[in-house]
Design a binder for this molecule. Structure first.
Ligand code: CAA
Length: 282
């Protein structure tokens, strides 16, 4: 068992994936969410993914049991007592992030470091809701978190060197490669990746078939997934919110969100999770 005790706040796709990444690396984790069903869903997903690894012969049943023994779930922020590092992964809305950070700050021990998995919001603004802005920074994971090798590190204006070094060492220890990012909307990956996905949506709006756009990028640029498949995979709503963040953050028309994405979200076509996006899912 590793020394640092970890809490992951939020049991959505990212929170569950981050919790899984940490327990697989030997850390003890409590996954906290205000919604009990979200915790149950996260638990089921993690168990299913680990079962798949056992079936494929990548892990023994004993290893799986050992990994799962390090994970607990809670709906109570009192569970933050004794935690060294909190990883926040709640929905990507500044008001929700700020409210969550203020709540974490009031329950967590004084020594506790808090990181946000924001994909582009201001770390300094989020940190300003706490009495410990020097112990706050951003660590942006990618979906699916247990598989994707990168984590972006983002320092807020007040983040101390001590916090940065400790968090960086932890992220490397959970087997991620790190890059330092400017505290600007989209950081590095989303600033490049999401406008590409947005441009793919424009192509569809102009009459291209989604299959043609995706085949073109998979075969012509060696991307593991086409940009529209990827939109469906991460969620059209998440993708649109990230694009809007770039547009509002830089006030530059080159980041204008594609109106088709807006219409799809209004129609409830959110990608894989809703059964329909650029493609249909059974
Ligand atoms: N959750 C967890 N694990 C998953 C998963 C999921 N949703 N989907 C696949 N995996 C795991 C599988 O279990 C498998 O694990 P093992 O090797 O241990 O068996 C591994 O990934 C490979 O899966 P597959 O063999 O089934 O499929 P694949 O080789 O086609 O890879 C993929 C799947 C890794 C998702 C690959 O298609 C890929 O890399 N796609 C691009 C993903 C990407 O670009 N992500 C970034 C999104 S942007 C973002 O996250 C930022 C943001 O803020 C919006």
């Amino acid at each position: 068992m590793k020394e640092l005790k970890i809490a992951v706040i939020g049991a959505g796709l990212m929170g569950g994936g981050i919790a899984q990444t940490c327990i697989q690396a030997g850390y003890e984790v409590v996954n906290i969410d205000v919604l009990e069903p979200a915790l149950e869903k996260a638990n089921n997903t993690i168990v299913k993914l680990l079962n798949k690894k056992v079936e494929k012969g990548r892990m023994t049943a004993e290893e799986k049991a050992d990994i799962l023994s390090r994970l607990t779930f809670s709906t109570d922020f009192q569970s933050l007592k004794g935690i060294d590092l909190v990883i926040e992964a709640v929905p990507e809305k500044i008001e929700i992030k700020k409210e969550t950070f203020s709540k974490i700050d009031s329950y967590a021990d004084e020594k506790t470091i808090i990181v946000s998995n924001t994909s582009g919001l201001s770390i300094s603004e989020i940190a300003s809701t706490t009495k410990r802005p020097e112990k706050v920074m951003g660590v942006h994971f990618f979906y699916p978190a247990p598989v994707m090798k990168l984590a972006e590190l983002i320092r807020g204006i007040a983040t101390s060197d001590e916090t940065y070094e400790l968090v960086k060492a932890f992220v490397i220890d959970i087997q991620k490669e790190v890059v330092d990012c400017p505290e600007l909307p989209g950081f590095i990956v989303n600033r490049i990746l999401v406008p590409m996905m947005n441009e793919a949506a424009f192509l569809v709006m102009e009459g291209c078939k989604p299959e043609d756009v995706d085949n073109a990028m998979r075969l012509g640029a060696n991307h593991p997934m086409g940009p529209l498949e990827l939109c469906d995979f991460v969620g059209i709503d998440i993708m649109l919110a990230t694009m809007k963040g770039l547009y509002e953050g830089f006030k530059d028309s080159k980041y204008r969100p594609c109106p088709l994405l807006d219409n799809m979200v209004k129609a409830g076509c959110l990608g894989r999770k809703s059964g329909k996006g650029f493609y249909e899912y059974k």
